[in-house]
Design a binder for this molecule. Structure first.
Ligand SMILES: [Zn+2]
Length: 430
């Protein structure tokens, strides 16, 4: 019976290939049907998704994925961190697995595509391999990482960076993170078992929606991700002198908000003053005392800079700080800088990047090499495994909102590139 099926696949698969110009391809309509079915787990009245991490919607969606994985030749199981892992053996003993990963949890009132595309496409890739009778040399695992939106807890358990205190922190839903892991069938007190070391994973690849508007605007099918940008954040305090807004002449003021306004404009000038895709944002402003009839005595504001090149981030900040000190001084105020957050950039692997490019080309799909401005589970694999990412367009760049949309054709394109990339990784990573 077993051999009969293999023989059947050997006979039929060349026919399937021939139908697709000699290319092995996924079943796009089936893939998009599974995407549609995922809408039902946590869809809200606004048409968005409330399938937040660790919720019952999350858990019930797992049972759907469980059956889908079984149909696709993947052996499903929930690991200690509450990740849903579907495994398929490889041909050669002792090889580390290739992992396709993403997530199915959403932000509250989020969309139906962020993360979900990567998981559903990963399962469809496994199903296509099974139906075509293709055995990879490496084992393959398709993973729905837990709690991506609330801190990448699932994928970070592989990196061994989830601290015990995090388990007591609230998640985006009504449970603490530790309770949530248990709700999905994991064991929060055994997270350490998940830690992977270099060599434990042959390679990692993640298909994801862009969450920006570049691909959609330029009508490009596939983003070849160069890496996930690094982020640095500072709190900057400008101190002036709070005084009466009626009695203090304009030329005698030490107005901390006025100085800040000039500095914020100057930050934009510096960030856009050199070529590249760096971004800088002032997203928060606390003004005190904050009364209409008092000259602002102190302003605390945030600064965030992102780029693939951390040296560039540092260099831009140095320029900003020199210029901001001059502006503050010229306006009778003092300024201080406090860096409080750093997330290093995560470059993708050159070999996997080339495979994504070649795969898209072979399928006749246009590509753009681009950084990811948003964080992803893939970055948890840094230092453990060579990693790659594939982007598909997001309509108008809308994400983390009910209006998030990627067309069935775009999803199918991404899944086909994922399929070819995985087959290529199987050869490349021998
Ligand atoms: Zn995501």
């Amino acid at each position: 019976m077993k051999y009969g099926f293999a023989l059947f696949c050997m006979l039929v698969s060349p026919l399937l290939w021939a139908q697709n110009d000699g290319q092995l391809q996924v079943n796009g309509s089936r893939l998009n049907d599974t995407m549609q079915h995922m809408h039902t787990f946590g869809e809200n009245a606004q048409g968005g998704s409330d399938r937040v991490a660790y919720s019952n919607h999350n858990r019930v969606a797992y049972s759907y994925l469980f059956s889908l994985m079984l149909e696709s030749g993947l052996m499903p199981g929930v690991d200690v961190a509450g990740n849903l892992v579907g495994r398929r053996p490889g041909k050669i003993d002792g090889l580390a697995p290739i992992i396709i990963g993403s997530h199915i949890d959403t932000v509250p009132n989020g969309g139906h595509y962020d993360g979900i595309v990567g998981v559903m496409a990963g399962i469809e890739v496994a199903r296509t391999l099974q139906e075509s009778g293709i055995e990879l040399d490496h084992p393959l695992a398709v993973i729905a990482w837990s709690n991506e939106e609330g801190g990448k807890t699932g994928s970070r358990s592989y990196a061994g960076t989830v601290e015990e205190r995090e388990l007591d922190l609230p998640s985006l839903g009504d449970k603490k993170i530790g309770e949530g892991i248990s709700n999905l069938g994991g064991y929060p007190d055994r997270l350490a078992e998940n830690q992977r070391n270099p060599g434990d994973i042959a390679g990692y690849v993640e298909l994801h929606i862009e969450q920006g508007a570049i691909l959609d605007r330029e009508k490009i099918a596939i983003g070849v991700v160069e890496g996930i940008v690094g982020i640095k954040r500072w709190y900057i305090t400008v101190k002036g002198f709070a005084n009466h807004a009626g009695t203090t002449p304009m030329d005698q003021r030490q107005d901390a908000l006025y100085a800040t306004a000039l500095i914020v404009a100057d930050i934009r000038r510096i960030i856009t003053g050199e070529p590249g895709r760096q971004v800088g944002t002032v997203g928060r402003l606390d003004v005190s005392p904050g009364a209409p009839n008092v000259i602002p005595g102190e302003v605390m504001f945030s600064l965030e800079i992102r780029d693939l090149d951390m040296d560039k981030v540092t260099r831009l900040f140095d320029k900003i700080s020199v210029s901001a000190k001059a502006i503050a001084g010229a306006n009778g105020t003092n300024i201080s800088f406090d860096q409080y957050y750093e997330s290093p950039a995560t470059p993708t692997d050159d070999g996997i990047k080339a495979l994504v490019q070649e795969s898209a080309e072979a399928l006749g799909l246009s590509t753009l090499h681009m950084p990811s401005g948003a964080g992803h589970d893939a970055q948890s694999m840094k230092g453990i495994a060579p990693l790659g990412m594939i982007f598909v367009p997001s309509k108008d760049g809308v994400s983390h909102a009910p209006g998030e949309y990627t067309s069935p054709e775009e999803i199918t394109n991404g899944a086909n590139v994922l399929l070819k990339t995985v087959v290529g990784m199987d050869e490349l990573l021998q």
